[in-house]
Design a protein around this ligand. Structure first.
Ligand code: SF4
Length: 463
Protein backbone atom coordinates (compact mmCIF):
# COMPACT_ATOMS: atom_id res chain seq x y z
CA UNK A 1 0.00 0.00 0.00
CA UNK A 2 1.35 3.38 -0.91
CA UNK A 3 1.65 6.08 1.68
CA UNK A 4 -1.21 8.49 1.30
CA UNK A 5 -1.01 12.08 2.23
CA UNK A 6 -4.17 12.91 4.11
CA UNK A 7 -3.73 16.60 3.62
CA UNK A 8 -2.70 18.81 0.80
CA UNK A 9 -3.23 22.11 2.56
CA UNK A 10 -0.34 24.41 3.28
CA UNK A 11 1.40 24.62 6.60
CA UNK A 12 0.19 27.95 7.80
CA UNK A 13 -0.24 27.93 11.54
CA UNK A 14 -2.80 30.43 12.71
CA UNK A 15 -1.78 33.70 14.20
CA UNK A 16 -1.33 32.92 17.81
CA UNK A 17 -3.65 35.48 19.33
CA UNK A 18 -1.16 35.51 22.14
CA UNK A 19 -0.91 39.23 22.14
CA UNK A 20 -4.16 39.09 24.07
CA UNK A 21 -3.08 36.45 26.50
CA UNK A 22 -1.88 37.55 29.90
CA UNK A 23 0.04 34.36 30.53
CA UNK A 24 2.08 33.43 27.52
CA UNK A 25 5.73 34.43 27.22
CA UNK A 26 7.09 36.10 24.12
CA UNK A 27 9.90 33.64 23.45
CA UNK A 28 7.41 30.87 23.53
CA UNK A 29 5.20 32.47 20.94
CA UNK A 30 8.08 33.13 18.61
CA UNK A 31 9.49 29.67 18.45
CA UNK A 32 6.73 27.16 18.92
CA UNK A 33 5.07 26.44 15.64
CA UNK A 34 3.99 22.80 15.79
CA UNK A 35 6.40 21.71 13.08
CA UNK A 36 9.31 23.43 14.72
CA UNK A 37 8.12 22.12 18.03
CA UNK A 38 8.34 18.60 16.70
CA UNK A 39 11.70 19.05 15.09
CA UNK A 40 13.39 22.19 16.36
CA UNK A 41 17.08 21.99 17.21
CA UNK A 42 16.31 24.23 20.19
CA UNK A 43 14.47 21.31 21.68
CA UNK A 44 17.02 18.77 20.62
CA UNK A 45 14.72 17.25 18.01
CA UNK A 46 16.09 16.01 14.76
CA UNK A 47 15.01 17.63 11.55
CA UNK A 48 12.92 15.38 9.37
CA UNK A 49 14.61 15.32 6.03
CA UNK A 50 13.02 12.58 3.93
CA UNK A 51 10.72 13.83 1.23
CA UNK A 52 7.95 11.53 2.30
CA UNK A 53 7.82 13.21 5.68
CA UNK A 54 7.27 16.66 4.35
CA UNK A 55 3.53 16.50 4.72
CA UNK A 56 2.13 19.88 5.44
CA UNK A 57 -0.35 20.53 8.16
CA UNK A 58 -3.91 21.56 7.38
CA UNK A 59 -4.47 25.26 7.23
CA UNK A 60 -5.96 26.92 10.25
CA UNK A 61 -9.69 27.15 10.02
CA UNK A 62 -10.06 24.26 7.61
CA UNK A 63 -13.27 22.60 8.82
CA UNK A 64 -11.76 19.14 8.71
CA UNK A 65 -8.59 20.21 10.46
CA UNK A 66 -10.03 21.66 13.63
CA UNK A 67 -12.03 20.22 16.42
CA UNK A 68 -15.53 21.60 16.28
CA UNK A 69 -17.62 20.71 19.24
CA UNK A 70 -21.30 21.42 19.25
CA UNK A 71 -21.55 20.15 22.78
CA UNK A 72 -21.30 22.30 25.85
CA UNK A 73 -17.91 23.21 27.15
CA UNK A 74 -17.55 22.80 30.89
CA UNK A 75 -18.20 25.94 32.90
CA UNK A 76 -14.74 25.72 34.38
CA UNK A 77 -13.14 25.88 30.93
CA UNK A 78 -15.34 28.81 29.85
CA UNK A 79 -14.36 30.81 32.93
CA UNK A 80 -10.69 29.89 32.56
CA UNK A 81 -10.63 31.03 28.96
CA UNK A 82 -12.30 34.34 29.63
CA UNK A 83 -9.93 35.05 32.49
CA UNK A 84 -6.60 33.95 31.04
CA UNK A 85 -7.10 33.97 27.27
CA UNK A 86 -9.68 36.71 26.78
CA UNK A 87 -8.75 37.57 23.20
CA UNK A 88 -8.49 34.03 21.94
CA UNK A 89 -11.20 33.03 19.50
CA UNK A 90 -13.11 29.74 19.48
CA UNK A 91 -11.24 28.78 16.32
CA UNK A 92 -7.90 29.30 18.03
CA UNK A 93 -8.86 27.56 21.25
CA UNK A 94 -10.21 24.57 19.32
CA UNK A 95 -7.10 24.32 17.17
CA UNK A 96 -4.77 21.64 18.48
CA UNK A 97 -1.73 23.47 17.07
CA UNK A 98 -2.69 26.57 19.05
CA UNK A 99 -3.01 24.41 22.14
CA UNK A 100 0.45 22.91 21.55
CA UNK A 101 2.07 26.27 20.89
CA UNK A 102 0.64 27.67 24.08
CA UNK A 103 1.49 24.87 26.44
CA UNK A 104 2.38 25.98 29.96
CA UNK A 105 6.02 25.09 30.40
CA UNK A 106 7.55 27.45 32.93
CA UNK A 107 7.21 28.56 36.51
CA UNK A 108 6.30 32.08 35.40
CA UNK A 109 3.45 30.85 33.21
CA UNK A 110 2.17 28.41 35.79
CA UNK A 111 2.23 31.01 38.54
CA UNK A 112 -0.16 33.15 36.57
CA UNK A 113 -2.69 30.32 36.55
CA UNK A 114 -2.30 28.60 39.89
CA UNK A 115 -1.59 29.46 43.50
CA UNK A 116 1.49 27.29 43.82
CA UNK A 117 2.39 25.53 47.03
CA UNK A 118 5.91 25.90 48.36
CA UNK A 119 6.61 22.30 47.30
CA UNK A 120 5.39 22.90 43.74
CA UNK A 121 7.29 26.17 43.36
CA UNK A 122 10.55 24.70 44.69
CA UNK A 123 10.26 21.61 42.49
CA UNK A 124 9.65 23.63 39.33
CA UNK A 125 12.43 26.09 40.21
CA UNK A 126 14.91 23.27 40.79
CA UNK A 127 13.88 21.56 37.58
CA UNK A 128 16.39 18.79 38.20
CA UNK A 129 14.00 16.02 37.38
CA UNK A 130 14.11 14.04 34.19
CA UNK A 131 10.75 15.30 32.99
CA UNK A 132 9.91 18.86 31.92
CA UNK A 133 6.61 20.54 32.80
CA UNK A 134 4.08 20.79 30.02
CA UNK A 135 0.34 21.38 30.27
CA UNK A 136 -2.02 22.31 27.45
CA UNK A 137 -4.22 25.35 28.14
CA UNK A 138 -7.24 23.06 27.78
CA UNK A 139 -6.03 20.65 30.46
CA UNK A 140 -4.91 23.59 32.63
CA UNK A 141 -8.51 24.79 32.53
CA UNK A 142 -9.55 21.63 34.41
CA UNK A 143 -7.05 22.21 37.21
CA UNK A 144 -8.17 23.66 40.54
CA UNK A 145 -6.07 26.83 40.88
CA UNK A 146 -6.21 26.82 44.68
CA UNK A 147 -5.91 23.18 45.67
CA UNK A 148 -2.52 21.47 45.22
CA UNK A 149 -4.11 18.18 46.32
CA UNK A 150 -6.59 18.11 43.45
CA UNK A 151 -6.06 14.75 41.73
CA UNK A 152 -5.41 15.85 38.16
CA UNK A 153 -3.23 18.76 39.32
CA UNK A 154 -0.95 16.31 41.09
CA UNK A 155 -0.50 14.29 37.91
CA UNK A 156 1.02 17.18 35.93
CA UNK A 157 2.51 19.67 38.41
CA UNK A 158 5.74 18.50 40.01
CA UNK A 159 6.39 18.57 43.77
CA UNK A 160 9.53 18.14 45.84
CA UNK A 161 8.80 14.43 46.40
CA UNK A 162 9.65 13.88 42.75
CA UNK A 163 13.31 14.30 43.69
CA UNK A 164 13.28 11.63 46.42
CA UNK A 165 14.66 8.37 45.10
CA UNK A 166 14.07 4.96 46.69
CA UNK A 167 16.35 1.93 46.36
CA UNK A 168 13.76 -0.13 44.47
CA UNK A 169 13.33 2.57 41.83
CA UNK A 170 14.98 2.64 38.45
CA UNK A 171 15.16 4.92 35.45
CA UNK A 172 13.99 2.04 33.23
CA UNK A 173 11.89 -0.09 35.59
CA UNK A 174 10.49 -2.35 32.86
CA UNK A 175 13.89 -3.08 31.35
CA UNK A 176 12.69 -1.81 27.97
CA UNK A 177 16.14 -0.80 26.83
CA UNK A 178 17.32 -4.39 27.35
CA UNK A 179 14.54 -5.72 25.11
CA UNK A 180 15.18 -3.31 22.29
CA UNK A 181 16.65 -5.02 19.22
CA UNK A 182 16.72 -1.73 17.29
CA UNK A 183 16.39 1.80 18.72
CA UNK A 184 12.77 2.74 19.38
CA UNK A 185 11.42 -0.81 19.26
CA UNK A 186 10.74 -3.05 22.25
CA UNK A 187 10.20 -6.75 21.50
CA UNK A 188 9.29 -8.53 24.70
CA UNK A 189 6.34 -10.76 23.81
CA UNK A 190 6.46 -13.30 20.99
CA UNK A 191 3.75 -11.89 18.70
CA UNK A 192 3.79 -8.16 19.31
CA UNK A 193 6.13 -5.18 19.48
CA UNK A 194 6.08 -1.76 21.06
CA UNK A 195 7.12 0.87 18.53
CA UNK A 196 8.19 4.13 20.20
CA UNK A 197 7.61 6.70 17.48
CA UNK A 198 8.17 10.01 19.26
CA UNK A 199 9.56 11.38 22.49
CA UNK A 200 6.97 14.19 22.58
CA UNK A 201 3.77 14.37 24.65
CA UNK A 202 1.39 17.29 24.91
CA UNK A 203 1.36 16.92 28.71
CA UNK A 204 3.99 15.21 30.86
CA UNK A 205 2.65 12.94 33.60
CA UNK A 206 4.81 13.13 36.70
CA UNK A 207 4.80 9.34 37.14
CA UNK A 208 5.72 8.48 33.56
CA UNK A 209 7.49 5.13 33.21
CA UNK A 210 9.37 6.51 30.21
CA UNK A 211 10.52 9.72 31.87
CA UNK A 212 14.05 8.67 30.88
CA UNK A 213 13.24 9.48 27.27
CA UNK A 214 10.11 11.59 26.86
CA UNK A 215 10.53 15.35 26.63
CA UNK A 216 14.32 15.09 26.77
CA UNK A 217 16.92 17.18 25.03
CA UNK A 218 19.26 14.20 24.77
CA UNK A 219 19.99 13.91 21.07
CA UNK A 220 20.65 10.18 21.36
CA UNK A 221 16.98 9.73 22.22
CA UNK A 222 15.74 11.38 19.05
CA UNK A 223 13.11 9.67 17.02
CA UNK A 224 13.51 10.19 13.33
CA UNK A 225 12.63 8.66 9.97
CA UNK A 226 15.84 6.63 9.78
CA UNK A 227 15.05 5.07 13.11
CA UNK A 228 11.47 4.43 11.99
CA UNK A 229 12.79 2.71 8.86
CA UNK A 230 15.00 0.40 10.93
CA UNK A 231 12.10 -0.48 13.21
CA UNK A 232 9.81 -1.19 10.24
CA UNK A 233 12.51 -3.36 8.66
CA UNK A 234 12.76 -5.34 11.88
CA UNK A 235 8.98 -5.88 12.00
CA UNK A 236 8.95 -6.94 8.34
CA UNK A 237 11.70 -9.50 8.98
CA UNK A 238 10.01 -11.03 12.03
CA UNK A 239 6.99 -12.93 10.80
CA UNK A 240 5.78 -13.77 14.29
CA UNK A 241 4.90 -10.11 14.88
CA UNK A 242 1.17 -9.78 14.27
CA UNK A 243 0.44 -6.80 16.55
CA UNK A 244 2.21 -3.42 16.56
CA UNK A 245 1.60 -0.91 19.34
CA UNK A 246 2.58 2.66 18.47
CA UNK A 247 3.51 4.62 21.55
CA UNK A 248 6.19 7.00 22.75
CA UNK A 249 5.75 9.77 23.82
CA UNK A 250 2.37 10.25 22.22
CA UNK A 251 1.90 9.26 18.57
CA UNK A 252 -1.02 11.68 18.20
CA UNK A 253 1.37 14.63 18.62
CA UNK A 254 2.69 13.72 15.16
CA UNK A 255 1.13 15.44 12.19
CA UNK A 256 -1.49 13.52 10.22
CA UNK A 257 1.02 13.08 7.39
CA UNK A 258 3.75 11.55 9.51
CA UNK A 259 1.32 9.30 11.32
CA UNK A 260 -0.18 8.16 8.04
CA UNK A 261 3.26 7.45 6.66
CA UNK A 262 3.90 5.15 9.61
CA UNK A 263 0.52 3.44 9.44
CA UNK A 264 0.72 2.86 5.71
CA UNK A 265 4.22 1.39 5.95
CA UNK A 266 3.20 -0.94 8.74
CA UNK A 267 0.07 -1.96 6.82
CA UNK A 268 2.27 -3.04 3.91
CA UNK A 269 3.67 -5.84 6.09
CA UNK A 270 1.44 -8.86 5.43
CA UNK A 271 1.89 -10.59 8.79
CA UNK A 272 0.91 -7.52 10.86
CA UNK A 273 -2.73 -8.17 11.69
CA UNK A 274 -3.55 -5.30 14.02
CA UNK A 275 -2.15 -1.91 14.91
CA UNK A 276 -2.74 -0.16 18.21
CA UNK A 277 -2.08 3.43 19.24
CA UNK A 278 -1.38 4.30 22.88
CA UNK A 279 -2.26 7.93 23.61
CA UNK A 280 -3.33 10.48 26.18
CA UNK A 281 -4.23 13.07 23.57
CA UNK A 282 -8.05 12.62 23.67
CA UNK A 283 -7.83 13.47 27.39
CA UNK A 284 -5.38 16.36 27.42
CA UNK A 285 -5.68 17.68 23.87
CA UNK A 286 -9.08 16.54 22.54
CA UNK A 287 -8.88 19.26 19.88
CA UNK A 288 -6.37 17.01 18.10
CA UNK A 289 -9.11 14.52 17.21
CA UNK A 290 -10.17 16.33 14.08
CA UNK A 291 -12.36 14.96 11.27
CA UNK A 292 -9.23 14.88 9.09
CA UNK A 293 -7.40 12.72 11.63
CA UNK A 294 -10.21 10.19 12.07
CA UNK A 295 -10.80 10.02 8.31
CA UNK A 296 -7.16 9.14 7.88
CA UNK A 297 -7.07 6.64 10.77
CA UNK A 298 -10.08 4.69 9.60
CA UNK A 299 -8.26 3.73 6.40
CA UNK A 300 -5.96 1.51 8.46
CA UNK A 301 -8.32 -0.88 10.22
CA UNK A 302 -8.12 -3.03 12.24
CA UNK A 303 -6.83 -0.18 14.36
CA UNK A 304 -7.30 -0.02 18.12
CA UNK A 305 -6.67 2.82 20.53
CA UNK A 306 -5.65 2.63 24.20
CA UNK A 307 -6.36 5.93 25.93
CA UNK A 308 -4.63 6.93 29.14
CA UNK A 309 -7.26 8.16 31.62
CA UNK A 310 -6.60 8.90 35.27
CA UNK A 311 -9.64 10.47 36.90
CA UNK A 312 -13.29 11.19 36.19
CA UNK A 313 -12.53 14.95 36.19
CA UNK A 314 -11.09 14.26 32.75
CA UNK A 315 -14.46 13.18 31.34
CA UNK A 316 -15.43 16.54 29.88
CA UNK A 317 -17.71 17.34 26.92
CA UNK A 318 -14.62 17.91 24.79
CA UNK A 319 -13.12 14.53 25.62
CA UNK A 320 -16.51 12.86 25.15
CA UNK A 321 -16.70 14.42 21.69
CA UNK A 322 -13.19 13.21 20.81
CA UNK A 323 -14.05 9.65 21.92
CA UNK A 324 -17.29 9.74 19.96
CA UNK A 325 -15.46 10.77 16.81
CA UNK A 326 -12.97 7.93 17.19
CA UNK A 327 -15.64 5.35 18.06
CA UNK A 328 -17.81 6.49 15.14
CA UNK A 329 -14.79 5.85 12.90
CA UNK A 330 -14.93 2.22 14.01
CA UNK A 331 -11.86 2.39 16.25
CA UNK A 332 -12.32 0.18 19.34
CA UNK A 333 -11.32 2.29 22.35
CA UNK A 334 -9.81 0.91 25.55
CA UNK A 335 -8.58 2.72 28.63
CA UNK A 336 -5.36 2.41 30.59
CA UNK A 337 -5.21 3.87 34.09
CA UNK A 338 -2.28 4.00 36.47
CA UNK A 339 -3.22 3.44 40.11
CA UNK A 340 -2.00 6.55 41.94
CA UNK A 341 -1.93 7.31 45.65
CA UNK A 342 -4.39 10.02 46.70
CA UNK A 343 -5.52 10.44 43.09
CA UNK A 344 -7.62 7.43 42.13
CA UNK A 345 -6.79 4.80 44.75
CA UNK A 346 -10.29 4.15 46.04
CA UNK A 347 -13.30 2.22 44.80
CA UNK A 348 -15.68 5.16 44.38
CA UNK A 349 -13.26 7.20 42.24
CA UNK A 350 -12.39 4.22 40.06
CA UNK A 351 -16.03 3.17 39.71
CA UNK A 352 -17.04 6.66 38.63
CA UNK A 353 -14.20 6.74 36.11
CA UNK A 354 -14.86 3.26 34.70
CA UNK A 355 -18.61 3.81 34.40
CA UNK A 356 -17.99 7.20 32.79
CA UNK A 357 -15.62 5.61 30.29
CA UNK A 358 -18.25 3.07 29.25
CA UNK A 359 -20.76 5.87 28.71
CA UNK A 360 -18.18 7.35 26.35
CA UNK A 361 -17.75 4.03 24.52
CA UNK A 362 -14.32 3.40 26.02
CA UNK A 363 -13.89 -0.10 27.40
CA UNK A 364 -11.85 -0.12 30.63
CA UNK A 365 -8.84 -2.26 29.77
CA UNK A 366 -6.06 -2.02 32.37
CA UNK A 367 -5.42 -0.62 35.79
CA UNK A 368 -1.65 -0.62 36.21
CA UNK A 369 0.19 -0.82 39.46
CA UNK A 370 2.43 2.27 39.32
CA UNK A 371 5.89 1.25 38.10
CA UNK A 372 8.84 1.93 40.44
CA UNK A 373 10.31 4.61 38.22
CA UNK A 374 12.73 7.08 39.77
CA UNK A 375 10.96 9.58 42.06
CA UNK A 376 7.59 7.82 42.08
CA UNK A 377 7.25 6.77 45.73
CA UNK A 378 4.69 9.50 46.47
CA UNK A 379 2.46 8.03 43.76
CA UNK A 380 2.75 4.34 44.54
CA UNK A 381 0.15 2.45 46.58
CA UNK A 382 0.20 -1.01 48.11
CA UNK A 383 -0.83 -3.86 45.81
CA UNK A 384 -3.66 -4.59 48.25
CA UNK A 385 -5.25 -1.26 47.27
CA UNK A 386 -5.44 -2.43 43.68
CA UNK A 387 -6.91 -5.79 44.67
CA UNK A 388 -9.47 -4.06 46.91
CA UNK A 389 -10.50 -1.84 44.00
CA UNK A 390 -11.05 -4.81 41.70
CA UNK A 391 -13.02 -6.52 44.46
CA UNK A 392 -15.09 -3.35 44.83
CA UNK A 393 -15.86 -3.28 41.12
CA UNK A 394 -16.38 -6.93 40.15
CA UNK A 395 -20.01 -7.86 40.74
CA UNK A 396 -20.85 -4.35 41.94
CA UNK A 397 -21.01 -2.90 38.44
CA UNK A 398 -21.17 -4.10 34.82
CA UNK A 399 -18.44 -6.55 33.92
CA UNK A 400 -17.53 -4.29 31.00
CA UNK A 401 -16.60 -1.63 33.57
CA UNK A 402 -14.06 -3.90 35.27
CA UNK A 403 -10.54 -3.70 33.81
CA UNK A 404 -7.68 -6.10 34.44
CA UNK A 405 -5.40 -5.07 37.27
CA UNK A 406 -1.80 -5.79 36.29
CA UNK A 407 1.74 -5.38 37.47
CA UNK A 408 4.23 -4.84 34.69
CA UNK A 409 6.97 -7.00 36.15
CA UNK A 410 10.15 -5.03 36.89
CA UNK A 411 13.03 -5.94 34.63
CA UNK A 412 10.85 -6.94 31.69
CA UNK A 413 8.71 -9.85 32.85
CA UNK A 414 5.66 -8.44 31.12
CA UNK A 415 2.17 -7.76 32.46
CA UNK A 416 1.01 -10.09 35.18
CA UNK A 417 -2.71 -9.98 36.09
CA UNK A 418 -3.74 -9.92 39.72
CA UNK A 419 -7.11 -11.03 41.05
CA UNK A 420 -8.68 -11.10 44.48
CA UNK A 421 -8.92 -14.65 45.82
CA UNK A 422 -12.17 -15.84 44.30
CA UNK A 423 -10.95 -19.44 44.15
CA UNK A 424 -10.83 -20.77 47.69
CA UNK A 425 -9.76 -24.34 46.86
CA UNK A 426 -11.32 -27.78 46.23
CA UNK A 427 -13.42 -30.07 48.35
CA UNK A 428 -13.09 -33.36 46.51
CA UNK A 429 -14.43 -32.62 43.04
CA UNK A 430 -16.10 -29.42 44.18
CA UNK A 431 -14.42 -26.11 43.50
CA UNK A 432 -15.04 -23.66 46.35
CA UNK A 433 -15.64 -20.13 45.13
CA UNK A 434 -16.21 -16.80 46.86
CA UNK A 435 -18.64 -14.38 45.19
CA UNK A 436 -18.61 -10.58 45.21
CA UNK A 437 -20.56 -10.51 48.49
CA UNK A 438 -18.05 -12.79 50.21
CA UNK A 439 -20.44 -15.77 50.14
CA UNK A 440 -19.06 -19.23 49.37
CA UNK A 441 -20.40 -21.48 46.62
CA UNK A 442 -19.55 -24.91 45.24
CA UNK A 443 -19.06 -25.66 41.58
CA UNK A 444 -19.05 -29.37 40.67
CA UNK A 445 -15.76 -29.45 38.78
CA UNK A 446 -16.43 -32.96 37.52
CA UNK A 447 -13.91 -32.85 34.69
CA UNK A 448 -11.13 -31.10 36.55
CA UNK A 449 -11.74 -31.54 40.28
CA UNK A 450 -9.63 -33.62 42.60
CA UNK A 451 -10.43 -37.35 42.41
CA UNK A 452 -9.89 -38.00 46.09
CA UNK A 453 -12.28 -36.55 48.56
CA UNK A 454 -9.75 -34.99 50.88
CA UNK A 455 -10.49 -31.35 51.48
CA UNK A 456 -7.75 -28.95 50.58
CA UNK A 457 -9.71 -25.89 51.48
CA UNK A 458 -10.23 -24.56 54.95
CA UNK A 459 -13.51 -23.16 53.74
CA UNK A 460 -14.94 -26.28 52.11
CA UNK A 461 -17.21 -27.15 54.99
CA UNK A 462 -18.77 -23.73 55.11
CA UNK A 463 -21.00 -24.28 52.07
S1 SF4 B 1 1.28 10.74 28.12
FE1 SF4 B 1 2.19 8.70 28.48
S2 SF4 B 1 4.26 8.81 27.63
FE2 SF4 B 1 3.51 10.93 27.87
S3 SF4 B 1 4.22 11.58 29.90
FE3 SF4 B 1 2.16 10.76 30.18
S4 SF4 B 1 2.51 8.59 30.73
FE4 SF4 B 1 4.43 9.35 29.79
Amino acid sequence: MEAKNSSDEKDKPPSSGLENSPIVETAHTETMSPESFLSSPKNGRSSVTQESFLHSMPQSGSPSATFQTKQATSQRTIEFRSRFFPGVTDAQWNDWRWQLRNRIQSLAALEKLLQLSESERTAIQQHMGPLPISITPYYASLIDPKNPRQPIRRTVVSVKDEFKFSPEESIDPLGEDGHSPVPGLVHRYPDRVLFLVTEICSVYCRYCTRSRMVGQNDTTLRFNPTQWEHAIEYIAKHKTVRDVLLSGGDPLTLTDGRLEWLLSRIRQIPHVEIVRIGTKVPVVLPQRVTPALVNMLKKYHPLFMSIHFTHHDELTPETADACKRLADAGIPLGSQTVLLKGINDNVSTMKKLMQGLLKNRVRPYYIYQCDPVLGSSHFRTSVKKGLDIIQGLRGHTSGYAVPSYVIDAPGGGGKIPLLPEYVQGWDGQDLILKNYEGKLFRYPDRFGGRKNSSKDSDNGGAC
